[in-house]
Design a binder for this molecule. Structure first.
Ligand SMILES: Nc1ncnc2c1ncn2[C@@H]1O[C@H](COP(=O)(O)OP(=O)(O)OP(=O)(O)O)[C@@H](O)[C@H]1O
Ligand SMILES: [Mg+2]
Length: 452
């Protein structure tokens, strides 16, 4: 744990030393004796809390200098936390300071117990505010734990992760393939209390049914022909961390029973073993299937379903995320562009339209693949719908946007008028029924010279 930074502004050296000594165990204490020193320290080190003596040199018996420091700090950071300290019988000044934005005040001689209490509350509030600000900044930029998404749909997913991660409850992640379910699981892990432990991901569909039980629970030596040594399973390796089971709907019946027991009792037996082995691995599961249908048809145990689905989140399909498609596409374009030595690539208007109207059955993974390919295929700086292999997607749409159509008409009329008037701006503008400056602006916007 890093200590909270505290700035003490006090002109009396004895008091300063005394406080530093008393608070040094709990805080990283910085000190200053006058206005200049205080502002230098505040700017350089941004302490969470400032303890400010109102009476500072050159006039230690007046509050002016202290109030000036207060207002300078607050103009540097309107949310800065400043506790003012004033002389006995100067409560008026202290109240003035609170009116001007100080968090609280104390009277000299300062009672250490009172100071500790006030500081404690103040630091708590400052940290909450900082966390909130960081969260807001992240939300605005549309990035959360490496996941991009500014849409309300994705913000809801991020909110789920924030709330569920620290609880260590099992979580079930639903969503079409390629929507980012594994990324969500990783984010939950990183924000959990077991983030220091391993994250073990298993795709239940990728392992043959007869091997899955051994993979998950491990086996003893001689458990079956060919089991020459004892082997640990993934549940054991994920102890202290998270076990992520993808495509959970495909779990064979006998493995479902064993997993249920593990969730209930936090222990299990290796295949061919009797010994109870404990593991505190948190279980996160995911599926792109309708698990409730699976339980109705008996393919998936209902009791297991309820154990896994304590907290459920649905990751929306990419086509349901509004402008996130463009946000994510641009980020990929930048990333792959840099990777392939083609910086500064942009999407042509037809590509932007294709990205927006296409249905994205493969979701973010498909977008990733199409952009990666387009970066390689693109000639010049513009990536077209064809580079994305989405020319068909825009094929059925009107070939021009309203803006493009308007510009085409404008271009034709301006060129024609200029030609007729041999480049004479004044007469061309009169014919077009617009002012000269407007005609100049149009010519510049459309890239047309005097000769048309
Ligand atoms: N919001 C996002 N921002 C940036 N990249 C993303 C986002 N969501 C997913 N990706 C990327 O898309 C790819 C697919 O993500 P992931 O493997 O998490 O999806 P999934 O839902 O688990 O897929 P599947 O159903 O195929 O298992 C990964 O390369 C991941 O990095
Ligand atoms: Mg996956």
């Amino acid at each position: 744990m890093t200590k909270t930074r505290l700035l003490i502004v006090e002109d009396d050296e004895d008091i300063r030393t005394q406080m530093k000594w008393a608070l040094g165990a709990d805080y990283e204490v910085l000190t200053a004796g006058d206005r200049a020193g205080a502002l230098t320290a505040f700017t350089a080190d941004r302490p969470s809390v400032t303890l400010l003596d109102l009476g500072l040199p050159p006039r230690p018996n007046e509050p002016d200098e202290g109030l000036a420091v207060l207002s300078a700090i607050l103009s540097l950071d309107p949310l800065a936390k400043v506790i003012v300290v004033s002389g006995q019988g100067e409560k008026q000044n202290a109240l003035r300071a609170v009116g001007a934005g100080a968090y609280d005040f104390l009277c000299k001689p300062v009672d250490m117990d009172e100071l500790t209490l006030v500081l404690h509350r103040c630091v708590y509030l400052a940290e909450l505010e900082q966390e909130y600000r960081a969260m807001q900044a992240g939300a605005q930029a549309g990035v959360f734990e490496d996941m991009l998404g500014a849409s309300p749909q994705m913000q809801a997913v991020f909110d789920f992760i924030r709330k569920v991660a620290p609880t260590n409850a099992p979580a079930l992640i639903l969503g079409e393939s390629g929507t980012g379910k594994e990324m969500v699981a990783q984010a939950i892990h990183r924000r959990s209390t077991q983030s220091g432990g391993p994250f073990v991901a298993i795709n239940c569909n990728a392992i043959p049914e007869n091997l899955l039980e051994c993979e998950l629970f491990g086996h003893e030596k001689g458990a079956f022909t060919g089991a020459q040594t004892q082997r640990k399973g993934h549940i054991e390796s994920a102890a202290g961390g998270t076990l992520f089971l993808d495509e959970i709907g495909e779990l064979p019946a006998q493995v479902q029973v064993k997993l249920l027991r593990f969730l209930q009792e936090k222990c299990f037996q290796r295949v061919g073993g009797r010994q109870e082995i404990a593991s505190d691995a948190r279980v996160i599961t995911a599926t792109n299937k309708n698990l409730q249908e699976y339980t109705a048809s008996g393919k998936f145990r209902e009791d297991l379903y309820f154990r896994l689905a304590v907290m459920v989140v649905k990751v929306p399909a990419l086509r349901e995320r509004g402008d996130d498609v463009l946000l994510v596409a641009k980020a990929f374009l930048q990333g792959y562009g840099a990777e392939h030595g083609k910086p500064g690539l942009t999407f042509a208007p037809d590509a932007m339209r294709a990205l927006s109207v296409y249905r994205w059955p493969g979701n973010v993974r498909e977008l990733q693949n199409r952009v990666r390919r387009a970066v390689i295929m693109a000639d010049g700086k513009r990536v077209s719908a064809r580079d994305l292999e989405l020319a068909d997607a825009v094929g059925e749409l009107p070939t021009q946007t309203l803006k493009e159509a308007r510009e085409a008409v404008e271009r034709e009329m301006v060129q024609e008028a200029l030609r007729r008037h041999r480049g004479k701006i004044t007469s061309a503008a009169v014919e077009l029924g617009i002012s000269r400056p407007t005609l100049y602006e149009l010519m510049e916007k459309l890239g047309i010279g005097r000769e048309g």
